[in-house]
Design a protein around this ligand. Sequence first.
Ligand SMILES: [Fe+2]
Ligand SMILES: [Fe+2]
Length: 384
Amino acid sequence: MRSSTQRAGADVSARATQARDQGTSSVSRRSFVAAGLAVGAGAAAAPLARTAEAFAATPAGKPSRGDIAILRFLAAAEILETDLWQQYNELGGIQDPEVPGGSGSKPYTEALQVLDEDMPQYIHDNTEDEHSHFAFINAYLESKGAEPVDFDKFAELPSSKATGAQQIGRLTNLMELSVDTSYWTRYRSRTGNPDLGDTFKPAVPGLLEGKFPAIPRDDGDLEPEKHLQAIANTAGFHFAFIEQGGTSLYPSLAQRVRDPEVLRILLSIGPTETMHFQTWHDKAGNAPPLHDPTNGLVFPDLNEAQPGLVLEDTKTNLIMPEPTAFLKRKFPPCSIIRPTNTEGAAMGAVQALSDDGLFRGQPPSFFRVLKELASEADAAPARG
Ligand SMILES: [Fe+2]
Ligand SMILES: [Fe+2]
């Protein structure tokens, strides 16, 4: 009779073979090479035998099968983050040897700078951080004989046609977003917690009622002025949406990690997502209230009480997390990241990013691969 580790190895080997047959197991990072970013994760495909070995081996000090699955999902999430941030940087960030690619759109950059004059620097640095996250995690996976993650075959979505963007295939779509801004009221609530079943109203409901660009789709989007500012405002709220997701994802998945070194990776990367979120949360509050005359999108004045909300739900300077219910309502309110429930956390992240419209245009095979990675991460046994 085979041992459970042998069974696990065979199981994973079969999945790896399936992945190879689907053409998803190699690493070439074409989109990032095309973008000119430094490549740190080694280009060769990991032999499948080594992958199976890593999943099967779980002695003390070695990542468990679940640890590897969690790291692989996080590598996928970071690759997708890098792809979207790279697009923002090409048009609205600083294009330099640290984050090359693109040549910038002066009008778009100036519209972003209405939110803060340092926006291009922050976009640049967030982009560099995401690239470092995926390159590190993939390199770490390879160092453990595990299979790194590659989405190059799915980098087929079109680039913006606006002056300043590279014309390369993309993994993410920033031109048809439906941004959920309920994070805004969630972090201002003094009683609600999504982990306890509470729901939250979006601060900018209009962003959920259509498909809006967060980068200019072409140079026609550079005017009229209020339309371009609406695009920059959308980006401002989207930056915080993306990073609040990472802020929750890392602590949620850390609860399933077994190996101390893998736990250290999650506990060291996760809070940088939170630092990003905090910055963007502050900057989005500077997005000017306006009405986009081309499509009707409204950015309300969040320093006035909005329908169905009280002023404290939206006031722009309330960027520190309000103390709220945590674990059980009988405990005193606590200032915390929310949500951090570990059940289904990876699949929840996939759903949130899909609902955001980030993957509009991707084929069903993309979603299958991403969901497979998420379900394997979510299947890692929780501690306790
Ligand atoms: Fe990241
Ligand atoms: Fe991030």
